[in-house]
Design a protein around this ligand. Structure first.
Ligand code: NAD
Length: 452
């Protein structure tokens, strides 16, 4: 790589230490600049994402631009409240003192982004970094080079490099960045690379937020409203051609309603994606040949009940439904990350819960049912990052909900206040009174020990 990383880090360290990023007015101003620049560059962003993997304009607006603008607006609106020290309760031994939790920036942050929502997954964490008063180095994905270039130009036009800068490149650049001593690393990507990042961070004991992937189950119970379930599953699964970290990975359906659900899923697919192969419905491509070939192999699993056609030249795969899939089938081993939806059945909800629980904790879980008992059983017994009852994906659109995984699907969370917290340290401060002193606190009497 042709930039001197050490020199860049030194410049950022000096800038951060100057205190320039601390005033809340400064942070707000930087967020406003970002907001205006995103609005001004909407067309460039849309075009870049289309060039990178054929994403339709409306999808780019909703899931990349609109999403990011909402995050920035939310941060600008709430930052005054977020930065304030919070009073904490005292205790009898602390009479006369006051306790506070003071948020402070962590310092130099590294943000590493994936390709699947290449614009917002790079810049939404940056909103948290700016709001919390950090400097940042941002590395977008090399698999979406057009969007990466737009992000680099946009940031270069807004911020001096000692404050925020974009370093473009692939694994070698990422590896080199991870060798440096940052104060926080925010990584979004696969679980395997998450391990690499955690290992590198351990060397400097750098706090790390890992936003990873996994196989997110979608349970459809006997009493679900099937029309709605089918529409919401088809939307959540095939958005971005299934290349969404929280996409329903597979369906677990009660055996009595399996056929009816499949029928409705097919109808919804036909309504939303009537001519993907002919080209009259715009549908994103699979990101590269390697992923296309990986997915093409999975199409051979179970029985094909809908879709299944592919076009290697355009890296297109039709929205596809598979049944007669076993837990041991290849398609059930790793995150699918493509427009293939396997359907498995269960007889008792307890059995479905047991199956999901015996696998790694997923990033998301979706449950369709009208029964409060079933909701309680599933929500109380299965650990997952976040999810919805009777919907898919929508939990991530709420700035009031922390978004993140658990165990192998990630650690830490962001969005809204949680982005601010991800890039902040909670400093505990106790202000002691000098108006009086309590001799008992220095003693060793049982009463004093009890007080403490
Ligand atoms: P990836 O892990 O291959 O790459 C992510 C980033 O890490 C890229 O910038 C890449 O250059 C870098 N990288 C890749 N290999 C590296 C290595 N060996 N050392 C250091 N850096 C490396 O992920 P991807 O293919 O870009 O994205 C898809 C994955 O991301 C899926 O698993 C998906 O579930 C997950 N994802 C998670 C979220 C979330 O919010 N939890 C969001 C989007 C995607």
């Amino acid at each position: 790589m042709n930039i001197n990383l050490q020199e860049l880090m030194d410049k950022q360290r000096a800038y951060y230490n100057s205190g320039a990023t601390i005033p809340v007015a400064f942070r707000k101003q930087q967020l406003c600049l970002l907001y205006d620049a995103v609005r001004k560059n909407e067309q460039e962003v849309t075009e870049a994402v289309r060039k990178d993997f054929g994403k339709p304009e409306i999808e780019t607006f909703v899931t990349e631009i609109g999403f990011l603008l909402a995050e920035i607006r939310h941060a600008i609106k709430h930052i005054d409240k977020w930065v304030k020290p919070r009073k904490a309760a005292g205790s009898l031994a602390l009479v006369g003192s006051k306790s506070y939790i003071v948020p402070e920036p962590l310092g130099l942050s590294l943000i590493i982004a994936p390709w699947n929502y290449p614009f917002q997954l790079a810049l939404a964490p940056l909103v948290g970094a700016i709001a919390a008063g950090n400097c940042a180095i941002l590395k977008p994905s090399e698999l979406t080079p057009h969007t990466s270039a737009v992000i680099a130009n946009l940031c270069a036009g807004l911020y001096p490099e000692e404050y925020i800068t974009v370093v473009e490149g692939g694994v070698d650049v990422s590896t080199h960045l991870l060798e440096q001593r940052f104060d926080v690393i925010f990584f979004t990507g696969s679980t395997n690379v998450g391990r690499v990042v955690a290992e590198a961070a351990a060397k400097h004991l750098t706090p790390t937020i890992l936003e990873l992937g996994g196989k997110s189950p979608t349970i459809v119970h006997q009493d679900a409203k099937l029309d709605l379930a089918a529409r919401r599953i088809v939307w959540g699964k095939f958005l971005n051609a299934g290349q969404t970290c929280v996409a329903p990975d597979y369906i677990l359906v009660h055996k009595d309603i399996k056929e009816e659900l499949i029928l409705k899923l097919k109808q919804e697919i036909d309504k939303a994606y009537d001519d993907v192969m002919g080209g009259s419905t715009q549908f994103p491509s699979i990101i590269n040949d390697r992923h296309f070939e990986r997915l093409a192999v999975l199409l051979k699993d179970g029985s094909l009940v809908h879709g299944g056609r592919t076009d290697a030249g355009r890296r297109l795969i039709e929205p596809t439904l598979l049944t007669d899939v076993e837990w041991m089938s290849p398609v059930m081993q790793d995150e699918i990350f493509g427009p293939i939806l396997p359907i498995l059945v269960y007889s008792e909800i307890e059995e479905a819960v047991r199956q999901v629980k015996s696998r790694p904790k997923p990033l998301a879980l979706y449950l369709f049912t009208e029964s409060r008992e079933v909701q309680q059983l599933v929500l109380e017994n299965i650990s997952f990052g976040g999810g919805c009852v009777n919907d898919t994906l929508m939990h991530l659109s709420s700035p009031s909900l922390p978004f993140g995984g658990v165990g192998p699907s990630g650690m830490g969370a962001y969005h809204g206040l949680y982005s601010f917290e991800a890039f902040s340290h909670r400093k505990s401060v106790l202000k002691q009174t000098t108006r009086f002193d309590m001799s008992i606190r220095y003693g060793r009497s049982p009463a004093a020990v009890k007080l403490l």
